[in-house]
Design a protein around this ligand. Structure first.
Ligand code: MG
Ligand code: MG
Length: 274
């Protein structure tokens, strides 16, 4: 895996403050979507709620028109064995499903990117546990980041938590990423690997961390829509993501509504937010 130390976008404190505005809007939008997830709802309805909230608050959905073929929606809605990049539409959510909702917004040119996985009604215990493990690994990853450390300190903490929790698959073909004036920037943030590698973690860096974990294989395939990534073995998957930065006090989770204060405190990690 290659890393480039050069070409990393270092943000000023004022630019980070704008990323916080975008990030908070993404976090609030995901909470609106979470509250709307229930049996009988379509993924398209969730998408319309997200787009309305982003635009009502002066943001622009960043996924819309992204890539080739152009992504046609505000959220990625990935159900059950779909891991990431599912296209919302007419699919009706059913009791026992699990849905990953990924959302990005731009405010004044600055990006926020985050994802949650939500149970539809009651899900099987092993799926609930998969979700818990995946979300916890995201927080462990961010908690492992400190100024002067390296990008793969995050990767290593994610992998260590997931491997310690059971026999799960961790996707390797998709990673977290730098973020700022664009959604996807250097460096990659893998969800596995040895610590102490990759670019140094410095003030003004912003990273989107996004573990993608399955109940089975780490192998995936692309569906015919050219976007949806599904597990090769049909096993269920979970995906959680936050955009965060480091201040001289600690991590600041730009896409968490509370900046990450509560979860970081629970882990005994100082909160770096303003
Ligand atoms: Mg995302
Ligand atoms: Mg992302």
């Amino acid at each position: 895996m290659g890393f480039r130390d050069r070409g990393l976008e270092i943000k000023t404190p004022e630019q980070i403050d704008l990323m916080r505005v975008a990030g908070r809007l993404v976090g609030e939008t995901l909470e609106i979507v979470r509250a709307a997830v229930r049996p009988g709802t379509t993924t398209g309805e969730l998408d319309r709620l997200a787009e309305a909230n982003i635009r009502d608050h002066g943001g622009v959905p960043s996924f819309m028109g992204y890539g080739v073929p152009p992504f046609p929606a505000t959220i990625c809605a990935s159900v059950n064995d779909e891991v990431v990049h599912g296209i919302p539409g007419d699919r009706v959510l059913r009791e026992g499903d699990v849905i990953s909702v990924d959302c990005g917004a731009i405010v004044e040119g600055w990006h926020g990117d985050a994802a949650i996985t939500v149970a539809v009604g009651e899900v099987a215990p092993e799926i609930a546990e998969l979700m818990r493990v995946t979300e916890e690994s995201l927080w462990r990853g961010m908690a492992a980041a400190h100024l002067g450390g390296r990008v793969t300190d995050i990767s290593h903490a994610i992998e260590t938590h997931v491997r310690g929790a059971g026999r799960y698959g961790i996707l390797e073909d998709y990673t977290g990423h730098g973020i700022g004036s664009e959604m996807h920037m250097a460096p990659n943030v893998p969800n596995y690997g040895r610590k102490g590698r990759g670019p140094q973690l410095v003030q003004g860096m912003a990273l989107a961390v996004e573990p993608m974990v399955t109940l089975g294989s780490k192998r995936t395939h692309l569906l015919e829509d050219d976007w949806t990534v599904a597990t090769a073995d049909g096993s269920f998957a979970a995906h959680f993501e936050h955009t965060f930065t480091l201040t001289d006090r600690g991590p600041w989770v730009l896409t968490a509504v509370d900046g990450g204060a509560e979860r970081l405190a629970a882990m005994g990690v100082p909160y770096g937010g303003r």
